[in-house]
Design a protein around this ligand. Structure first.
Ligand code: PEP
Ligand code: MG
Length: 859
């Protein structure tokens, strides 16, 4: 007998019995108080599904248990009546947050075993008991699982009971109330454990996320007649197409089941089915699945048990699904009127769409990892290793897929990148040359793979584990998660089906910010159209000059000693550029096309090594010493901050003149045979209004000359790329000369932080892991710093020129968080790599639905 004081304490330690609520159609159950599973089971009960008696324990009650206040489990046992045998399942607020595993057969003891043996046979009764002892020993008493892993056999139960007693110095508990109390306590504490906490927080659970518990009368699935357990769902988890799938295993319980007596659910030539074994039961199940779909407004997987022909529905969970299936399911539910289109849109995570656009490594296949880097462009591809652009081209000519592996890429590697199926660089960050180009081309790409070291001389690659691969060896680049794999991995195909297109059309109807694509070539433009971008927001013209024939003319232009020689070279480039622009205008069929004038430092077009210089001297028919001197003269200490962009346009104005003429002539040509073109011309790297004024005067003059020569009319829009902090600050006066301002957030981030976009990859990992930066600012817009410059620039630009078009065309344009920022700031559009357009369209729709703007938006 306890002394009075302790007795009182014991009474106080019992949680309020009211924390147990039996699930009935009207019981006061909420997801917030009792978790999703309790709420879901109540919904099944409301649908009149045969759910065994179930009691929910609130999150508050579970918290009290974890803190040491035990509920009165004897009363709970009494609620279930004489034949107490239950399962206990976790019920967190969100099923994605995980939780403790289910414990079945709580209440099993020697006496119950004997009663069940009379009904089900000794073997079945012992199997049920054994299963509980195993779960209790490992999950509740925390004993070594190896000691309790034996399969059911005539001696297994006795051995498990003996092992339990030997390890704990007490016999296996026989009192169901004590068993239940121990199970509840261990589940409550497991939820509070550090590992469980970290795991769920990684899945987005808040720190205070709580767990409810559900105690349910066991439906056995073992015994005479048709008995067993299974699952059923009406869609395929991979494709999302309508398809009854699942399993039924005779004489089994829960998800762990014996392989014998496995039945197909529907009629199947490969073997017996539940549909044939019991058409009535199958019909019931089918109608339950339909009811769940219609009333729970979701594709559910129903877990059921059959005991002597009687069906019990013990649980239902949202069907696990691939990204492709998620799109298909959401669209079909909306088309069937089960959910609204808006809800369908919100049910698909925008980033998941990028998985559908590319081949992916099959998540179920084995992976042989060589090392990791930054996942710079999604998708996966397999090919042989090549170390130079020339080798990549040779490989493509032999029809052999190759992966271009470089320390970092330079503009002259572009042809090699075109020829490769994927790109891997040892250095570089998310906006490095390799990353930007690969995203544009839709090539899987990993950059900054510092775990892997490259030896270009020996043409080898050393993996994180020391393995050496050579040129010609096969690797797979998983650009979605940044892993380099040895050999050819199994792949899943892209899935641009009707569901995908339909969902994105619905997204277009609700979003309130424009989405354009960055496209430099006709191929890019076709991809942009395929993904239904609303135009081209950035055409980087320098990318047009790297074809072999053009590069030579470009170099001639750079080496010209006199204005006359330069003009001759530019005259040869003019028809090539005109053809480029005409092709873009034709493909874009009247949609806006924003062409950026030449931006990079000239020296990027020059050879980097002796051999290249010698070849160039030969091609130009100039003395080697002249060429070497010129190359040296053009080299800069810091080319990114040197003679590039508009600075080149002002000091060598003939280049912009030629480009403007090509654009205008192409405008006339394309408008004659198709939709009217109003080209947009954009000046890069501006930092002073006067730069714009000077360039504008020349371009206006070129326009007037072309109109006069060709006796044609056209209009055009001239705008400025805001990518230096000074341009953002002086956006007011710049706007006086500009019809639009487009923020180049790659350079703007680089210059705001003073952080080289090509070198930051080396330390970005450390910076982010130590939380110096919350994210890589080249990837997710730095809202506080760079974002403030965007706001200042937009505000000053609009003040001086109301109605001016404002956009972002840096890589951030395809990043959902950054799109949210641009939309909130009232920008007109974002422009991103073509392959990111679908994600941007859906993300923009989400923001419009979640935070509608007053007064709407006029496209
Ligand atoms: C930018 O700087 O944001 C931009 C789009 O231009 P680039 O990446 O070509 O420098
Ligand atoms: Mg730039």
């Amino acid at each position: 007998m306890l002394p009075a004081k302790r007795e009182n304490a014991a009474v106080q330690k019992q949680a309020d019995f009211a924390e147990f609520v039996e699930l009935t159609p009207t019981a006061p159950i909420t997801t917030a108080r009792h978790g999703w599973r309790a709420k879901c089971l109540q919904r099944l009960i409301r649908l009149d599904l045969p759910v065994p008696r179930t009691v929910a324990l609130s999150c508050e009650g579970v918290r009290a248990i974890a803190a040491g206040q035990l509920p009165d489990t004897a009363k709970l046992v009494a609620m279930f009546g004489g034949d107490f045998l239950v399962s206990v399942r976790g019920s967190p607020e969100n099923p994605e947050w995980g939780g403790p595993g289910t414990v079945l057969n709580v209440g099993m003891n020697d006496a119950r075993r004997d009663i069940l043996a009379a009904r089900l046979g000794r073997e079945a009764a012992e199997a049920l008991y054994l299963r509980f002892v195993q779960a209790f020993a490992t999950h509740v008493a925390r004993l070594d699982p190896d000691m309790f892993s034996a399969a059911a056999s005539p001696t297994a139960l006795a051995a498990a009971l003996a092992a339990y007693e030997a390890e704990t110095d007490e016999p296996f508990p026989q009192d169901p109330a004590r068993q239940l109390a121990d199970v509840l306590r261990s589940m409550a504490r497991a939820w509070e454990g550090t590992t469980a906490r970290l795991l769920r927080q990684a899945k987005g659970a808040p720190a205070e996320a709580a767990l409810g518990l559900v105690v349910q009368e066991m439906a056995l699935g073992i015994g005479p007649g048709l008995s067993g357990s299974g699952t059923i769902q009406s869609v395929d988890s991979i494709t999302g197409g309508a398809q009854i799938t699942g399993r039924f295993r005779g004489q089994s319980q829960g998800r762990r089941a014996s392989p014998e007596e496995t039945l197909y659910l529907t009629r199947d030539p490969r073997g017996a089915s539940l549909e044939e074994a019991s058409p009535e039961l199958f019909a019931q199940l089918f109608s339950h699945a339909q009811a769940c779909r219609a009333r729970l407004r979701e594709e559910m997987q129903i877990e059921f048990t059959v005991e002597n022909g009687r069906l019990a529905v013990i649980d239902a969970v949202r069907v696990a699904r691939s990204s492709r299936a998620a799109v298909k399911i959401a669209v079909t539910l909306a088309q069937d009127g089960v959910i609204s289109r808006e809800e369908a849109l919100l049910r698909v995570e925008p980033r998941a769409l990028s998985e559908l656009l590319h081949y992916q490594v099959d998540p179920l296949s084995p992976r042989d990892g060589l090392g990791r880097g930054i996942a710079a462009s999604p998708g996966a591809a397999t090919g042989r290793i090549v170390f130079t652009a020339a080798a990549a081209q040779a490989s493509a000519a032999r029809d052999e897929p190759c992966v271009l592996v470089r320390r970092e890429t330079a503009p002259e590697d572009i042809r090699g990148m075109h020829a490769a199926v994927a790109v891997l660089t040892e250095r570089g960050g998310i906006t490095s040359h390799a990353a930007v180009i690969a995203r544009g081309l839709g090539l899987p790409c990993i950059v900054g793979a510092s775990e892997i070291s490259l030896n270009p001389k020996e043409r080898t690659l050393r993996g994180a584990d020391g393995r050496i691969l050579r040129e010609g060896d096969t690797i797979t680049i998983d650009g979605t998660n940044g892993e380099v794999l040895v050999g050819a991995a199994a792949m899943l195909e892209p899935a641009l089906d009707d569901g995908f297109r339909t969902l994105l059309h619905w997204a277009d109807n609700v979003r309130d910010i424009g989405i354009r694509a960055n496209a430099d070539t006709p191929d890019d433009a076709r991809t942009a159209r395929m993904f239904e971008a609303e135009g081209i927001g950035l055409c980087r013209t320098e990318h047009m000059f790297f074809d072999e024939d053009r590069l030579t003319v470009m170099r001639e232009m750079i080496f010209a000693d006199t204005a006359y020689d330069r003009r001759i070279a530019l005259e040869r480039l003019l028809p090539m550029q005109r053809a480029d622009f005409t092709a873009l205008f034709d493909i874009m069929a009247g949609l806006p096309v924003c062409i950026r004038l030449f931006d990079p430092p000239l020296h990027e077009f020059l050879p980097q090594d002796r051999e290249g210089i010698r070849e160039l001297a030969e091609a130009l028919d100039k003395p080697l010493s002249d060429v070497t001197r010129r190359v040296e003269a053009l080299s800069e200490f810091n080319p990114m901050l040197g003679m590039r962009g508009v600075r080149l346009g002002i000091t060598v104005p003939e280049i912009y003149d030629m480009q403007a003429r090509a654009i205008f002539e192409a405008t006339i040509e394309a408008s004659r045979r198709g939709a009217q073109v109003v080209p947009e011309i954009m000046i890069p790297l501006v930092s002073a209004a006067r730069e714009v004024e000077i360039v504008k005067t020349r371009i206006d003059a070129v326009a007037a000359a072309v109109k006069n020569e060709l006796k044609a009319e056209f209009t055009y829009r001239l705008g400025v790329m805001v990518e230096t902090p000074r341009a953002a600050l002086r956006a007011g006066e710049i706007a006086e000369h500009a019809a639009f301002l487009s923020f180049g957030t790659n350079d703007l981030t680089q210059m705001t932080y003073g952080l080289s976009r090509d070198d930051a990859g080396r330390f970005m990992g450390v910076y982010v892991s130590q939380r110096v930066y919350a994210e890589d600012p080249f990837h997710v817009l730095d809202v506080e710093g760079v974002g403030e410059l965007l706001l200042i620039g937009a505000q000053r630009g609009r003040e001086r020129r109301p109605g001016i078009t404002i956009s972002v065309c840096g890589e951030h344009g395809g990043n959902p968080e950054s799109i949210a920022f641009c939309r909130a700031a009232g920008f007109d559009y974002v422009s991103c790599s073509p392959f990111r357009v679908p994600v941007a369209r859906l993300a923009a729709a989400h923001f419009a639905l979640l935070a509608p703007r007053e007064g709407g938006w006029v496209k």
